[in-house]
Design a protein around this ligand. Structure first.
Ligand SMILES: Cc1cc2nc3c(=O)[nH]c(=O)nc-3n(C[C@H](O)[C@H](O)[C@H](O)COP(=O)(O)OP(=O)(O)OC[C@H]3O[C@@H](n4cnc5c(N)ncnc54)[C@H](O)[C@@H]3O)c2cc1C
Ligand code: FES
Ligand code: FES
Length: 470
């Protein structure tokens, strides 16, 4: 089947900061996790050039001073959780960002670089006094800025690193009109700074997040009035959230989410494979007369899909999604539903991490990457046990969501040996999966404690195989 996206994006891979600066000056759009590349948010890159920041050494955890709160811009959000220790407002904003599968793909630099007024993390980072290290293409310098100053940078820039600031008590609150993954209508972070002052930042309600005085909040005239909510409605919600956040801070209710809850597959600390490339220490003053970024590598690389080697994508259509790339090659266990990362039906295991494949640009595949679809998982003892449990409890209706669920279960069992013992644990594991038939409640009951070899064995090759691979 033909990919639904025909637009071409040329993808450059700079070898160092000088080449990155050169690309930015030529109008190239920086690429972090690339999740936005698969959505309308990246429309401005289409027909243009994107510059891939992977390979610049911006993902170094522990190497770039992570211990004191400084992290590289290419750090995936799933790996950020342990570094938020003692920074509850940032940890709570992290927990509010998307779902675990999304957090395994998107980067800290990408969340900041998108400059969305509705993003969660910038609000908490601003309240916590975080600063960003930015390569500003306007003057070619690397500068340290308060996080919110990014919104005012006029020209192209690349976030290189983020200083999360010292540990401080804080809270993050958001209000959304929908229960599932949806942008906030209002978000608020309140943090007690070391000098005792409480810093409050409001996001989502304003055209850009802003530090505010809790006693003199922005009036309705300054707030967004759009199809999601009126300014008056946002104003009332904002006052409530600010009051509640300040009260919680004063009462010491600054609980920090457990890192294991933020990534229920317990993947934190595991290296994320990126395309091999030179890892250089950022140099502070790139010269404008630097060489051009190197083009994409050749197509001789191979990717292991369900155990079989396939030639890696040749780089000619970097905005094709992994989901369609797989389906085009006959891997029909990959179901494509929303194509925006919310339903989970396209979930595959990429190097052991369950991710929505519709959000993975094929350009991010590297030589030796391992992709497992539901077809591979279904053939393993753990997969057979999951299918047996679901079938035994009649927990599947149309079956469209089942392959993605199977992959998430398989990845969990690979790490933990068995699925979570209770329904709450199963729901955490399946965050990011939606079932349009409403069957996940039954699935959550059926899957408690399932492990390889448990439950009725199903003849996958005869019947259920058609269900997961057709
Ligand atoms: C399913 C889904 C759910 C989401 N839910 C939430 C949510 O709940 N809360 C929330 O806050 N956000 C949410 N997001 C938005 C997400 O935070 C942004 O799309 C984010 O930009 C993706 O990060 P990325 O690393 O993939 O960025 P990319 O897609 O690579 O880039 C996004 C933008 O940032 C720029 N950029 C990337 N890296 C850098 C850099 N280092 N320096 C400068 N600019 C850069 C790019 O040029 C582009 O304009 C969600 C996204 C998806 C797909
Ligand atoms: S999450 Fe990929 S198709 Fe819905
Ligand atoms: S069973 Fe139909 S989408 Fe889940």
């Amino acid at each position: 089947m033909q990919d639904s996206r025909g637009d071409e994006v040329e993808l450059l891979r700079p070898a160092d900061l000088e080449a990155l600066l050169d690309a930015l000056r030529r109008g190239a759009v920086p690429l972090g996790g690339g999740a936005g590349l698969m959505s309308a948010a990246f429309a401005d890159a289409r027909g243009r050039t994107a510059v891939d920041l992977a390979g610049l050494g911006l993902d170094g955890l522990g190497l770039d001073g992570a211990a004191d709160g400084r992290v590289g811009a290419m750090v995936r959000l799933s790996r950020l959780a342990p570094l938020c220790d003692g920074r509850p407002a940032i940890a709570q904003a992290l927990a509010a960002t998307g779902h675990p599968g999304v957090r395994r793909l998107i980067t800290l630099g990408g969340v900041l670089g998108a400059r969305s007024p509705r993003a969660d993390l910038p609000v908490a980072l601003a309240a916590a006094g975080a600063t960003v290290s930015v390569l500003d293409a306007a003057d070619g310098t690397v500068r340290e800025l308060p996080a919110l100053d990014l919104f005012d940078l006029p020209g192209p820039f690349a976030v290189l690193a983020v200083d999360l600031g010292p540990g401080m008590p804080g809270v993050y609150r958001r209000f959304t009109g929908h229960q599932a993954i949806a942008p906030s209508l209002v978000s608020v972070a309140a943090v007690r700074r070391p000098d005792g002052r409480v810093a409050v930042c409001v996001g989502a309600a304003l055209p850009r997040p802003r530090l505010v005085d809790p006693d003199r909040l922005p009036g309705p005239g300054e707030l967004l009035d759009d199809g999601e909510a009126s300014a008056g409605y946002r104003h009332r919600i904002m006052r409530l959230l600010v009051a509640e956040a300040c009260e919680a801070l004063a009462a010491g209710r600054t609980d920090q989410p457990d890192p294991a809850d933020l990534d229920p597959a317990d993947l934190t600390g595991r290296p994320t494979r990126d395309r091999p490339g030179p890892h250089r220490t950022p140099s502070p003053s790139p010269s404008p007369s630097s060489p051009s970024p190197s083009p994409s590598p050749s197509a001789e690389a191979a990717v292991l899909v369900d155990g079989e080697a396939r030639p890696a994508p040749d780089g000619s259509r970097p905005t094709d999604s992994l989901a369609w790339w797989l389906r085009d090659r006959g891997h029909l266990a990959v179901k494509v539903g929303c194509e925006e990362g919310t339903c989970g039906s396209c979930t595959v295991s990429l190097n052991g991490e369950p991710v929505p494949s519709c959000l993975v640009p094929v350009a991010r595949l590297s030589d030796g990457d391992r992709v497992d679809t539901a077809a591979a998982v279904a053939g393993r003892p753990g997969g057979r046990a999951v299918i047996g449990a679901l079938a035994g409890a009649a927990a599947v209706q149309c079956g469209f969501c089942t392959p993605g669920v199977l992959v998430s279960c398989g990845s969990w069992m690979d790490r933990h040996g068995a699925l979570p013992a209770d329904e709450e644990g199963i729901r955490g594991m399946l965050a990011g999966h939606l079932c349009r038939c409403g069957g996940l409640a039954a699935a959550a009951r059926a899957l408690c404690g399932v492990c390889p070899g448990a439950g009725p064995d199903v003849d996958v090759d005869a019947g259920n195989d058609r269900e997961v691979t057709a």
